[in-house]
Design a protein around this ligand. Structure first.
Ligand code: PHE
Length: 506
């Protein structure tokens, strides 16, 4: 016998449960009852229920139910008897006086209740001289209250469904009698039953399958007669969330690999920079708006060490003031070394590449960096005051803007972004300058991603760089946003564990 082709093979736990349930047809079966009839532990049962539910072979229902159990007082009474029973016992004792006063002394606070109840039950009668006598009923009858107490003591909590209306009334009366005798609890009652398909499937189940291949199975050659249970690769299993790299770090690694595969090497530089390397060396005029406090984070109370005699400092001053040697434009007199000594959190990673070029003055080079930059901006869904830039330069004789477009297009393609466009823009340090936009398929919008261009002679000549330099600085965070379809750039660094755990390796 085998399970029909169309359905996934059932696990032995599922088989056992379905078979047990099918005995009561399509009736609802309580969780506990299902556990005992199938022989599954509560934990196994819970799993089997989830699996069968997901296959549409079982349905589940949850209802509120009331359960009664013995309270502290109730336990004592169940063990020692009700006060009226105690009264009867005292009267039966031949060695005792049966006058009201002596019995009252014996029973203490319970006496009047015991007396009232015993009379009402017809167990006693009070004589002319106030002596108490037993009636025959006291010997034979067990009161309903006593019966239900005994039952609770023997079976533990009882749910309202299994009680007769009379038993329920007795329980209510008992709980009114004194606090702590009967406890009333509300619980969720889970019941299950097979669906129509479940019932049909249970008729065709393979009862005796080999689920696990053990040495015994091999030795006894059991596998010749029995069916091997197919392994269901799509059956749900618990998720494990181990340690992992942040999606941002994984993406940065991809960026690195893309440039390394294009023959580049990685360079790094400090986050805290002098204004000289962040602005002046790039021919950014000292009165440029980008230098203002509302755009740039200045590190107060420190000053960069910049000697006026430094070759680079002197050359940059000259290029800003009179353009001598660059054969080109200048910003005019008034360049202040003090302004260049101010210390900033770098506003772009171009500070790293220009420093590299100045220090090494290479004839030919291909270098890149992926690092953080800081801008004094209000955080929003598309801007963070700190973000990553993908920076790079290439220098060699004869390079031009077409080579730049080629490298950048190639780079984006390696990361899977193929719809990109370039158009002219302006930077103080490049000419020509381009801006690139990438098409965001999800939002169906072009997203601005970065700037690039050929360094102006006003930048390269003072620093002693001879050949054309192609340079770019591209946004990284927005690419990650697109990759993971995030709506807000701030989510990248937020504590949303769901996203972090499930972002997958994309
Ligand atoms: N530094 C520019 C920015 O931060 C990008 C850029 C880098 C432009 C290199 C041209 C050359 O936006």
């Amino acid at each position: 016998m085998s399970v029909p082709e169309k359905s996934a093979p059932l696990h032995p736990l599922e088989v056992r449960l379905l078979q047990a349930l099918s005995k009561s047809g399509s009736n609802w079966v309580d969780f506990d009852a299902a556990s005992s009839s199938s022989g599954l532990s509560p934990d196994q049962l819970r799993r089997a229920i989830e699996w069968l539910k997901s296959k549409g072979l079982l349905e589940e229902r949850s209802r509120d139910k009331t359960a009664y159990s013995l309270g502290e007082k109730g336990k004592t009474i169940a063990a020692e008897g009700l006060p009226e029973r105690e009264l009867v016992r005292l009267i039966q004792d031949p060695s005792r006086e049966k006058t009201m006063s002596s019995l009252a002394k014996e029973l203490g606070g319970e006496f009047s209740v015991a007396l009232g109840r015993a009379r009402k039950n017809g167990w006693i009668k009070i004589g002319r001289n106030q002596e108490i006598e037993l009636e025959p009923a006291a010997r034979d009858d067990k009161e309903p209250e006593e019966e239900i107490l005994e039952k609770l003591q023997a079976t533990g909590p009882l749910s309202a469904e299994v009680l007769t209306p009379a038993e329920k009334d007795t329980l209510v009366a008992l709980s009114k009698r004194q606090k702590g005798i009967i406890l009333e609890e509300f619980q969720k009652q889970l019941s299950i039953r097979p669906t129509q398909e479940g019932l049909e499937a249970s008729g065709e189940l393979a009862e005796d399958e080999i689920g696990e291949i053990t040495p015994d199975v091999l030795r006894n050659k059991e596998w010749r007669e029995k069916r091997l249970r197919p392994i269901n690769m799509s059956s749900p299993a618990p998720n494990f969330y181990g340690g992992r790299k942040h999606p941002m770090r994984l993406f940065i690694q991809e960026v690195r690999e893309a440039f390394l595969s294009l023959g580049f090497s990685e360079i790094q530089g400090p986050i805290v920079q002098s204004a000289f390397w962040n602005f002046d060396a790039l021919f950014i005029p000292q009165h440029h708006s980008a230098r203002e406090m509302q755009d740039t984070f200045y590190v107060g109370s420190v000053e960069a060490k910049l000697s006026d005699k430094d070759r680079a400092v002197a050359a940059v001053k000259a290029s800003h003031e009179d353009g001598k040697g660059t054969g080109s434009i200048a910003w005019g007199p008034g360049w202040e070394a003090d302004e260049a000594r101010r210390v900033v959190l770098r506003t772009h990673t171009t500070a790293i590449t220009i420093r590299y070029l100045s220090d090494n003055r290479p004839e030919e080079a291909r270098v890149f960096s992926v690092d953080k930059v800081f801008r004094n901006e209000k955080p929003s869904y598309k801007n963070n005051p700190e973000f990553y830039q993908i920076e790079g330069v290439m220098t060699a004789p004869g390079l031009n803007i077409r080579n730049l477009i080629y490298v950048i297009t190639e780079f984006y393609a390696k990361l899977g972004f193929t719809r990109i466009k370039f158009w002219p823009t302006y930077f103080p340090y490049t000419e020509p300058s381009l801006q690139t936009v990438v098409y965001d398929e999800q939002r169906q919008k072009w997203l601005e991603l970065g700037g690039m261009g050929v360094f102006r002679p006003e930048v390269t000549i003072p620093l002693g760089i001879k050949n054309p330099v192609l340079a770019w600085g591209l946004g990284l965070d927005r690419l990650v946003m697109m990759r993971h379809n995030l709506q807000d750039i701030r989510d990248l660094f937020g504590p949303n564990l769901g996203w972090l755990r499930n972002s997958g390796v994309l």
